[in-house]
Design a protein around this ligand. Structure first.
Ligand SMILES: [Zn+2]
Length: 272
């Protein structure tokens, strides 16, 4: 199989692969939580899972309904010879590697803006106000968050000229890693150290879900840790501190709204 054949095969199977990566990881790490998860978080699924999975279902519908995708933007840019990597005449292998890293940078920047711009934080806090953390938190987002971020993502992919195959690889990794980073699991210290050089881990992402604002505003990378290291937002702590750390928000407006309707109304409530 040549490089081109691989890309065509990846392309043809992309949607089913993406769903398989996401739901496979959700199931795998959900089961791992049952076997090896830590007690305080896993004790409360019954009160959180209905709302979290209701929002997940809603978001799957919203994402399917969005008229343009990042992949379509990359296809368009590739067909037109549009975007920074094309204008620079980047060789294909370099464009693939740089495009993958740049896709991570876009995700980092959108997530950073969600925390730092008050109007966006009101939307994003739906994800952060979960009083515990497990695989069900993964897609507990307000659907507005996707509607707001999609145009930015699409424009950035086009203007950077990220190759479609870089988008395919990134999105598959993202789909598989998101349930992993939200899982109520601890990795062995040696594995945590090695993995966190490259990718986000449950340890790092749990710090991101701390109610302490300096910790909430750290570890924005959902796939790569590179951009947090570059911009000084990378934060780790020792295992005992992490075990003692709470998750959720102290924001009075966002303390435990537990029904889907309350979560959907949260961006329009005062506070935060
Ligand atoms: Zn966040």
């Amino acid at each position: 199989m040549t490089m081109e054949d691989w890309q065509i095969a990846l392309r043809a199977g992309f949607e089913p692969l993406q769903y398989a990566a996401f739901f496979g990881a959700l199931l795998l790490f959900g089961l791992a939580e049952r076997v090896a998860g830590l007690a305080p978080d896993s004790a409360r699924p019954a009160s959180r899972w209905p709302a979290n999975f209701a929002l997940t279902f809603l978001n799957v519908l919203v994402l399917a309904a969005l008229p343009v995708s990042g992949l379509a933007a990359a296809d368009w840019a590739a067909a037109q010879g549009f975007g920074a990597l094309a204008w620079l005449g980047a060789p294909p292998a370099f464009a693939l590697a740089a495009g993958f890293l740049l896709r991570g940078l876009i995700a980092w920047a959108i997530h950073y803006a969600m925390h730092k711009m008050p109007a966006l934080w009101r939307v994003h806090r739906v994800h952060h106000c979960d009083p515990a953390l497990d695989v069900s938190t993964t897609v507990r987002f307000h659907p507005l968050e996707f509607a707001i971020s999609a145009p930015v993502l699409i424009a950035a992919i086009a203007f950077l000229g990220i190759p479609p195959v870089a988008i395919l690889i990134y999105e598959l990794l993202d789909a598989a890693l998101a349930p992993f980073t939200h899982a109520n699991l601890r990795l062995p210290a040696w594995l945590e150290r090695k993995l966190s050089w490259v990718v986000a881990t449950p340890h790092l992402h749990r710090i991101h879900h701390s109610p302490d604002r300096t910790e909430t505003d750290s570890n924005f990378g959902a796939v790569l840790t590179l951009w947090d290291r570059v911009f000084g937002t990378y934060r780790a702590k020792d295992a005992a501190d992490l075990a003692a750390q709470r998750v959720g928000l102290d924001d009075p407006a966002a303390v435990r709204p537990s029904s889907p309707a309350a979560l959907l109304a949260l961006p329009f409530r005062k506070g935060g």
